[in-house]
Design a protein around this ligand. Structure first.
Ligand SMILES: *[C@@H]1O[C@H](CO)[C@@H](O)[C@H](O)[C@H]1NC(C)=O
Length: 718
């Protein structure tokens, strides 16, 4: 009775978001997975009980170990598909409940190098977040410039001027996306109004000014206060803190532009700067004295906001009174606009549209360092269950000289920054480990993947750069796996088993390369020697092998198409799956081992730099870009040649032999090695057929052929 009375007086809060599952699909998947698992057991049973035809115990043992590993890794991977969830937000309820009383939101954009990350691109990212659909007095944008570049600063001053027209324009005409470059290029066919034409003209003029300044030898532009902070001996790695508030929009000002701050933290050669983690931590401290947003959006400088309402989506989760209270951060996917058929398989379609939903069902996605909304106090160390502290009242007048020391090299000495507070130092993938640490403090995270992509960036279009990047990632991930922060022991008891497996699936990338390399070499060499590794095609033992091979690939293709990919894109992705393992991940694995043994990292030199334009043209035509003398290419080339020689010899033998049983015995091996040859086709082309500058360097080709030939000869006469 008492409850009923109360019910009428307590307003009923409707949730701001919902978590949905798709039961039918999940059950279908689990049945499918069970059938694959059954076949994996069948395969292992075959290996243990049936000897190989030539009775080679060593080869059989090797195959058994490899197959156990692949089986285990497959089981780990299932955690990403077992229990997927989808989040749906109700922004209209949020607007009704909060109206203009939304909490403060700080946006952190990090840039590190004005050459790799052109200031004009950075400016577009900044403008797109300045124009977010959010009360401007509650929004602040911070640019951390680890390149300490006067040019980036200059570009930002230009952007400040342009924002005075751009932000009102976006809000009046409700345009999307709000990166001027992206918006104007979508209007390439013609402008709809005089205002649009005017904006396009102003943008072009700004772009020209920034780009001409970039070409000047020395960009010493001294007309604003800010530039006096670059003293004559300031260099990129040795300078004091440079801090400038370009717009102070904290009070409801007439111009309606959010606060905009430039920060280049102090750098001294004798102090470690901890890369992006260090710059994020400096931003956390500096912003706490300026706007102190309760929530923080972290964005890479090459990703613009493609949906001005995405903060509202994220806040539906973070401000929800019930289920939202346990969620520390909301991660959006990384989307790319420049990848077409995705020659180098970096669009991460399946990752974004399947696997991250699976992680979310197990307790939350990883923090991937961009497109992520955090709670400030949680990233600064609050544990789940502790009370959220009231945010101090902000100072009216800002004393820059009092704030600057927060970004100095020595500020963190003897503090918990980089350990218990802020982003964690000492690992190449600081974001992922920080996310894991937050989850281990009892929090969950959530994954939002709306149809209208929230943040859009540019993906790598250069093979070597991509492989190097992936080498660092896999190395960094594996370092975490064997460190004190390993999800296996650090996560034990703090996060679910599904999430431990989910993390492990990524953290084991580097070591997972070793069995793939051995498997590809072993099947090829045994084919060359005529040693059958698999049961005959028409025997009942063949069923599990055939089933797993066929069904797993067909499922992969179906999933890829379902995620909006093309057949061509899938094939590219399959190829890169292999290349990454045979190069990046293997080298990443060796890097980790070397570091553990105390040997310094194997340095490698890139000798020639190919003209960017020609390379871009080739990318358009989907021609692979080699061009540099890299040990990773040498390995790819050698393994590719090895597959080719073995396959050629086997085919020759098959054509000359009269024994029809041969094909039955070697059937699957021929298919595997044949597939490797087809996958490696672009490598053969790059080595032997192409003449352009992006082909494989001649020295790499020669070494690869010699190495592969000698290996084959040795084995043949063994
Ligand atoms: C950006 O958003 C628009 C809708 O405003 C959408 O049509 C477009 O596909 C998005 N861009 C990307 C690359 O996802």
């Amino acid at each position: 009775m008492g409850e009923e009375v109360e019910d009428r007086f307590i307003p009923v809060y409707k949730p701001l978001f919902e978590t949905r599952t798709r039961t039918g699909r999940v059950i279908a998947y689990r049945v499918f997975a069970a059938s694959v698992f059954g076949c994996i057991c069948w395969i292992l049973f075959y290996r243990v009980t049936v000897p190989l035809e030539n009775r080679s115990g060593l080869v059989r043992l090797a195959m058994l170990i490899l197959e156990i590993w692949f089986g285990l890794y497959w089981v780990i991977t299932q955690s990403l598909r077992w229990n997927p969830v989808w989040r749906v937000t109700f922004t209209d309820r949020l607007s009704r409940r909060y109206n203009k009383d939304l909490p403060r939101l700080d946006v952190f954009v990090c840039t590190a190098d004005p050459v790799i990350e052109p200031p004009l691109m950075v400016v577009n990212t900044v403008l797109s977040v300045l124009a977010l659909d959010y009360p401007p007095e509650k929004l602040a944008v911070y640019l951390s410039d680890d390149g300490g570049s006067e040019l980036t600063f200059y570009a930002l001053t230009e952007a400040t001027e342009f924002a005075r027209i751009w932000v009102p324009f976006c809000k009046t005409f409700n345009v999307e996306p709000r990166s001027p470059a992206a918006y104007l290029s979508s209007k390439a066919s013609g402008f709809g109004s005089a205002e649009e034409e005017e904006i396009a003209k102003l943008y072009k003029e700004m772009a020209v000014r920034i780009e001409t300044t970039a070409k000047l030898e020395e960009a010493r532009l001294k007309y604003s206060d800010g530039f006096s902070q670059w003293d004559s001996d300031a260099t990129r790695r040795n300078h004091g803190t440079i801090l400038q508030i370009l717009v102070d929009g904290r009070e409801d000002n007439a111009i309606g532009i959010p606060t905009l701050v430039y920060l280049s933290r102090e750098k001294r050669p004798e102090h470690h700067h901890h890369y992006k983690a260090g710059s994020m931590n400096a931003l956390l401290r500096v912003s706490s004295k300026i706007t102190c947003g309760r929530f923080i959006l972290n964005l890479d400088c090459d990703m613009y906001s493609n949906n001005s309402k995405s903060p509202l989506d994220a806040l539906c989760i973070l401000l929800d009174e019930k289920a939202g209270k346990e969620i520390a951060f909301v991660q959006f996917p990384q989307c790319f606009e420049n990848l077409r058929n995705d020659l180098y398989g970096c669009a991460m379609r399946v990752n974004s549209n399947v696997e991250f939903h699976g992680l979310d069902g197990n307790g939350g996605p990883l923090y991937i360092g961009t497109g992520c909304f955090h709670r400030r106090d949680v990233i600064c160390g609050r544990k789940y269950g502790e009370e959220e502290k009231e945010i101090e009242k902000l100072q009216e007048a800002l004393e820059l000289e009092l704030i600057k020391p927060l970004a100095s090299c020595t500020y963190e000495e003897g503090s918990q920054w980089g350990k218990e507070m802020g982003l964690i130092y000492g690992y190449p993938v600081e974001d992922v480990i920080t996310g894991l640490a937050i989850q281990c403090r009892g929090w969950k995270s959530a994954y939002l993947n709306p149809k209208k992509h929230a943040f859009v960036g540019v993906g790598p279009t250069n093979l070597h750069q991509m492989l190097v990047q992936q080498r660092r990632w896999s190395d960094g991930d594996f370092q975490i796996f064997i460190s004190e922060y390993s999800p296996v022991w650090y996560g034990q008891g703090n996060i679910s088993l599904g999430l431990i497996l989910g993390y492990s699936r990524f953290f084991l990338w580097a070591p997972s390369a070793v069995p793939v390399v051995i498997y590809s070499v072993l099947t090829s060499l045994c084919l060359l020697k005529g040693i059958p590794l698999f049961p005959k095609v028409f025997s009942s033992w063949f069923i599990p092998f055939g089933y797993v091979t066929a069904v797993v690939n067909v499922y992969g293709l179906a999933e890829f198409l379902w995620c909006g990919g093309t057949f061509h894109g899938w094939w590219n992705e399959e190829r890169m799956w292999l290349y990454r393992r045979l190069s990046s991940f293997l080298f990443g694995f060796m890097d980790t081992i070397m570091k553990k043994l105390g040997v310094s990292e194997s340095g490698f030199v890139i000798t020639s730099k190919v003209g960017e334009e020609e390379a871009a043209e080739r990318y358009e035509k989907e021609v692979m870009e080699f061009g540099v003398e890299s040990p990773m290419f040498l390995l790819l080339g050698t393994l590719g040649m090895l597959n080719l020689f073995c396959f050629a010899v086997a085919v020759l033998r098959l054509m000359t032999s009269r024994d029809s049983g041969e094909l039955q015995k070697m059937g699957l091996q021929l298919v595997i090695t044949g597939t490797l040859v087809v996958i490696n086709w672009p490598i053969y082309e790059g080595m032997l057929l192409r003449k352009d500058k992006g082909k494989m360097p001649i020295s790499v080709t020669v070494k690869s052929v010699v190495l592969a030939l000698s290996a084959c000869t040795c084995i043949a006469f063994l």
